[in-house]
Design a protein around this ligand. Structure first.
Ligand SMILES: [Zn+2]
Length: 458
């Protein structure tokens, strides 16, 4: 039986310009959905119980946020899905087994995958509370525990070395061996940012050569898009790839990174890492001083008394992201919601990253084509994580879909003081997660809770 003609689908999307990232083309097609699955993508007429008219609009696979700190937080997920993000992978810091279990039992607004944090979850679970190298015994315990996370579906093992510089090479090596044995990558934020980061690539490349593990470099712009270091960093990665090392990277799109003021990022000497920087470049993004830039007194006060205060550090080179986006191994991540995040508080990446890519970088600046940009947030990250049922619009794939107007899509979120960090974008008509319409206009619908825990299967 020809599926396309006989079946009445649960949901059909008609007359849209389908961004066929697997076939590398854009074509006017209809999409038929049954339950949570795409059943057909066809030029033929089809009908459904619910029909969305997408004439004049683009129809893309749901956007995949390569790396964030949404980590089960419902408000962050709501912002994320309104900008088209249907899947996010987290776990750099706080996504522990309790949160994973909750999402597995109760579902979530979007699809949430996780990696296991060596720097925070594993270390604290085996009792390495301080910032010191783990002992051999502790490393063995971390190895055992990491296997359990990987068996339960973790997408990789994550190292935030900048925040836990006491981590030893032996520790990274031992855990990288575990990751490799399960066919998973290690995800790494290097020990330093800016020019100082460049010397620490060698450590991770050496781990990759010794173990054969795949490497994902996190937060490229927020680590090396500083003081002109991006081009050199990309050359280091290019050369490693030429040598056969499986290394890729992800990046946010804003010229400020956001992190809690009490973290090791701002330990003594931090200004040197970021070139001509001072506390005056730190915008306070949560708490009662929100909207002010720091001065020395405020900086010391908040660090000592309110270390969880979020600050946005305006230290990134505006052009660095354009340079990075030209590499096909650089995916797009929000890195969002690292720190306090609730209404009116936080940083704009949680609400603006994907529309910013498509509105500013594609339409306004012509940095890359629409199809290239969409691939960076759909099929390429899906392939990198081995997510075979999402990332493209094909029969049999999961029905995660974004319908948007490519002539209008734009981010409206901004940093506190300049605007609202959670203002939804313009130009997104519908977002569909697992076959259900969860966003219409910029509002959540009633049945928006249909995301699930994503697990990497063995
Ligand atoms: Zn992060």
């Amino acid at each position: 039986m020809d599926d396309a003609h006989e079946v009445k689908y649960d949901l059909v999307i008609l007359n849209g310009r389908v961004l066929d990232v697997a076939g590398d083309r854009i074509a006017e097609m209809n999409i038929g959905i049954m339950g949570d699955q795409i059943r057909c993508v066809t030029p033929d007429a089809i009908s459904g119980l619910t029909a969305l008219d997408a004439r004049g609009l683009a129809v893309a696979p749901g956007f995949i946020d390569f790396h964030s700190h949404v980590d089960g937080n419902a408000y962050s997920a709501a912002c994320m899905v309104k900008q088209g993000g249907t899947t996010t992978i987290g776990g750099e810091r706080n996504l522990n087994s309790k949160v994973i279990h909750r999402i597995e039992q109760e579902g979530f607004l979007i699809n949430q995958g996780f990696s296991v944090s060596a720097s925070f979850v594993l270390r604290s679970a085996v009792g390495v509370a301080e910032n010191r190298p783990a002992t051999d015994r502790e490393i063995r315990a971390m190895v055992n525990l990491s296997s359990r996370f990987l068996e339960h579906g973790a997408f990789g093992i994550c190292f935030g070395l900048e925040l836990v510089p006491g981590t030893s090479y032996q520790e990274i090596l031992a855990l990288a061996r575990v990751a490799k044995s399960y066919g998973r990558p290690i995800l790494v934020h290097l020990r330093k940012d800016g020019w100082e980061a460049l010397q620490y690539f060698e450590e991770i490349l050496s781990v990759a050569e010794e173990t054969g593990v795949s490497v994902q470099i996190l937060q490229l712009l927020y680590m090396v898009g500083i003081g002109g270091a991006m081009s050199t960093a990309l050359k280091i990665i290019d050369r490693a790839r030429d040598r056969g090392i499986d290394i890729t990277a992800d990046s946010g799109l804003y010229d400020a990174f956001s992190v809690c003021i009490g973290t090791g990022v701002f330990d003594a000497g931090w200004e040197n890492e970021y070139g001509n920087t001072s506390v005056n470049d730190l915008l306070i993004s949560s708490g009662i001083h929100m909207g002010k830039f720091c001065d020395e007194t405020l900086f010391r006060h908040l660090r000592a008394e309110y270390p969880e205060t979020l600050v946005s550090a305006f230290v990134c080179d505006p052009d660095a992201i354009t340079t990075a986006l030209c590499r096909d191994y650089v995916y797009v991540s929000t890195n969002a919601a690292d720190g306090p995040h609730y209404m009116g508080v936080g940083a704009p990446e949680i609400s603006g990253t994907f529309p910013r890519l498509l509105g500013r970088h594609v339409r306004e600046n012509n940095d890359l084509s629409l199809l290239e940009a969409i691939k960076k947030i759909t099929i390429l990250p899906a392939r990198r994580y081995g997510l075979t049922d999402i990332g493209s619009l094909e029969a049999g794939k999961n029905a995660d879909i974004v319908i948007f107007d490519p002539d209008r899509i734009i981010d409206r979120a901004d940093f506190v003081g300049r605007g609202s960090p959670d203002a939804p974008p313009e130009g997104i008509a519908y977002v569909i997660v697992n076959g259900r319409i969860v966003v219409e206009g910029s509002e959540l619908t009633e049945n928006s809770h249909c995301g699930r825990l994503l697990k990497k299967t063995l």
